[in-house]
Design a protein around this ligand. Structure first.
Ligand SMILES: [Fe+2]
Ligand SMILES: [Fe+2]
Length: 167
């Protein structure tokens, strides 16, 4: 992608706006994960959410650091997508009375969030690269790795949990 200098300024604004939305998203995920841990019946699933809660707290800290460095503060802008995803998740978990069904519902909800995060960080990393923010690229890549890993772990767990739900 070839950009002129005016485009670069617009891209920088867009980049910061999306970092602020990502921070709001991660803060909301740290609030949602304790409920997901609590609602999980499968111990491996609860553990996966617990590990990812720790990682998510790290994502909050990393985004705050990037934002402070580029704007001087760590303010947020509302991420409407995470609001929608958490509302959907709460509704389907409420409807799932059977523990195994609830577990696969939690996995589905978790993976929707991870896939959204993977899209968000893939984009932010590309934009950071265009803007020449090499430090940010490395930080965003490290977050992206953890999101992809969390998604893969949920896929692995779903192998046995899905079978339990079908039995
Ligand atoms: Fe995250
Ligand atoms: Fe995540």
């Amino acid at each position: 992608m070839k950009l002129f200098s005016a485009n670069i300024e617009d891209l920088r604004t867009l980049y910061v706006t999306n970092l602020q939305k990502a921070l709001d998203m991660e803060q909301k995920i740290t609030k949602a994960l304790p409920t997901m841990i609590e609602k999980s019946t499968d111990p491996e699933l609860a553990n996966a959410f617990r590990t990812h809660l720790e990682e998510t707290r790290g994502h909050v800290a990393k985004l705050e650091a990037i934002l402070r460095r580029s704007t001087g503060d760590a303010s947020t802008q509302t991420c409407k997508v995470i609001n929608g995803l958490t509302t959907e998740a709460e509704d389907s978990i409420k409807d799932a009375a059977d523990p195994a069904i609830r577990d696969i519902t939690l996995i589905a909800a978790g993976q929707q969030v991870e896939h959204h995060e993977i899209a968000v960080y893939g984009t932010l990393r590309t934009w950071a690269g265009i803007l020449g923010e090499t430090d940010d690229v490395n930080i965003l890549n490290s977050i992206l790795d953890e999101e992809e890993n969390a998604d893969q772990i949920l896929t692995d767990i779903s192998d046995h949990v899905n079978l339990q739900a079908a039995a």
